[in-house]
Design a protein around this ligand. Sequence first.
Ligand code: FMN
Length: 401
Amino acid sequence: MMQAVFAGKKIVVGVTGSIAAFKVAGWVSDLAKEEADVSVIMTQSGMEFVTPLTFAALSGRKVHSEMFGTEIDDPMAHINLGREADLILVAPASANTLAKLANGLADNLLCTTVLASRAQVLICPAMNSRMYSHPATKENIKRLKSLGYTVINPAIGLMACKEEGEGRLAEWDDVKEYVARALSVNDLRGTNVMISAGPTREPLDPARYLSNRSSGKMGYALARAAFRRGAHVTLVSGPTTLPCPVGVDRLQVQTADEMYNAVISHAAKNSIIIKAAAVADYKPAKNHEHKVKKDQIKSHLELEPNKDILLALGKMKKPGQILVGFAAESQNLRDEGVKKLKKKNLDIIAVNDISTKNTGFEVENNQVLLINKSGEEQLPFTSKLHTANLIWNDIVRLIPT
Ligand SMILES: Cc1cc2nc3c(=O)[nH]c(=O)nc-3n(C[C@H](O)[C@H](O)[C@H](O)COP(=O)(O)O)c2cc1C
């Protein structure tokens, strides 16, 4: 999946004078393994930290650093590198280079290349936390964002200067998602989407709850795929062990009531809503304040129904808003799907087959029957991320133009 995003893409990596430069050697190595076509530009200070030989060996290409001189192969490299690039990744970006780029300075090969390019630019600042929090740096970052560059927030943690704070170079796993987004077709750019995922927990007492087998993997894959396609994603998640997907706003809830409140209060601002959560249909009629002793537990559990979130969303649906539901069925997939599509006023329903061990709950793969108002499509047995992209392909076709 990842391979298709990076393969053959021309990425210029700009390495500047930060102690974190050595980490970016690993990034270049990974991009080269993903078959991206990586050209590295180093500033003079960048070369004080890691030798150009390291980046040349990892990228398989000569490193660029000089603009002038008889030694250089291409005197127009400052124009050509940026013109041909699909993406420029400045990492690590020193405070000095941030200031230069924010002001359109062009006194070295990297800054000139950025100025002469119309490719997307991703910037990963890395510096001491006081340098990062200085108003001058903050202003420069604001300006870079207003120029249309994406600035990836640095991480918080212990730095080489033995100080702790914000300024550590962002982690590659996170940056790689931004790179993937920049290189993907952004057919959801500017679209607000909300996805619900995971199970809910309905408490009986402080120790016990009713829940279900949902792992949240399908909803999280939908969120990740939407981010890659350029959307602004709100993920309302029941309890799972999954990490929050990069670039996604996650609201964590426990109970069906909490999920109802979170989803309904955010519904109006989202033009696409996917309800992939497995919300408990019922909750215990009483949530005991203290743990119920074994000998006090009755043989019958009194339940009361939870509010139907999907039904409520279907009723309040605005014109043009797209509502997608999920159903987990072990038999009569088509009939059950069509019934739910109509009853809940959905545009699409994705019916999960939970009758086999390899699809549905907890596992990595899925096989979904997609039904919309004009027909149906049986998706192949494939990974949840691939399934998510196939579902998005279907949703994108319904977006009003
Ligand atoms: C040991 C050492 C580590 C440094 N680390 C950083 C850093 O992480 N971030 C930063 O902005 N500057 C750092 N600097 C300062 C920059 O290298 C300096 O501002 C330089 O002019 C940046 O030039 P450039 O932006 O052209 O690469 C460091 C300097 C030294 C001596």
